[in-house]
Design a protein around this ligand. Structure first.
Ligand SMILES: [Fe+2]
Ligand SMILES: [Fe+2]
Length: 208
């Protein structure tokens, strides 16, 4: 993975929105460790810069979905702004910036022998606020101006996986957000397509 190139792509996309607060946010992301964090501890992109790569992948997928869906649903052009597609997709997982800590784990090699393997463990102690909701709060606290649909698309990007099924309010809020704002579905689909199609590793495939 070329972290430098991914970071350039990320910054170019983010700055292309011209949004108030972008430069303060970039500074905040540096301090939070966003640009070097992995995207997961054991699954997709579990290496340095993985979160950055996943964010860029999700943004590219979201822009493709947006372009494609405009062909099927012309009204979408007015309903969903390109800047909002970029902001919500690129920043949906900012909550992961501070949860991965480097660690050494025992892992079986191809011969079935245990050996030390450098990896990450997960800790939520820095700011245990949840997932999508944590991203929204961190972005606001770092001075980014956001629209309602961007905040809701980030809050609900996990779709049904992010809903407390014991909470009627959660279920109704998610359903309402999804119906009111197409951006919610665009970011949710892009996140899924990035992780399950663009980021499949050979190692993961071998383990199936
Ligand atoms: Fe996420
Ligand atoms: Fe994601």
């Amino acid at each position: 993975m070329d972290i430098k190139k991914s970071k350039e792509e990320f910054l170019e996309l983010l700055r292309s929105t011209g949004r108030d607060g972008v430069e303060d946010l970039i500074q905040g992301l540096e301090e939070m460790g966003f640009f070097t964090a992995p995207a997961s501890a054991n699954h997709h992109l579990n290496t340095e810069g993985g979160l950055l790569q996943h964010s860029v992948n999700t943004c590219k997928a979201a822009l493709m979905i947006w372009e494609g869906m405009k062909g099927l649903e012309p009204g979408l052009e007015k309903e969903v702004q390109k800047d909002s597609v970029i902001i919500a997709s690129l920043l949906h997982d900012v909550c992961k910036s501070d949860i991965y800590i480097r660690s050494v784990k025992k892992k079986k090699n191809a011969l079935g022998q245990w050996e030390d393997s450098e990896g990450y463990k997960v800790s939520y102690r820095n700011f245990p606020m949840g997932h999508g909701e944590k991203s929204v709060i961190l972005l606001l606290c770092n001075g980014l101006e956001m629209t309602d649909d961007e905040m809701l698309a980030i809050r609900w990007h996990m779709g049904a996986w992010g809903i407390n099924m014991n909470s009627f309010e959660d279920q109704r809020s998610f359903d309402t957000a999804q119906k009111l704002y197409p951006l919610v579905s665009i970011v949710q689909a892009a996140d899924k397509l990035a992780a399950s199609i663009m980021e499949r590793s050979g190692e993961e495939m071998d383990e199936l």
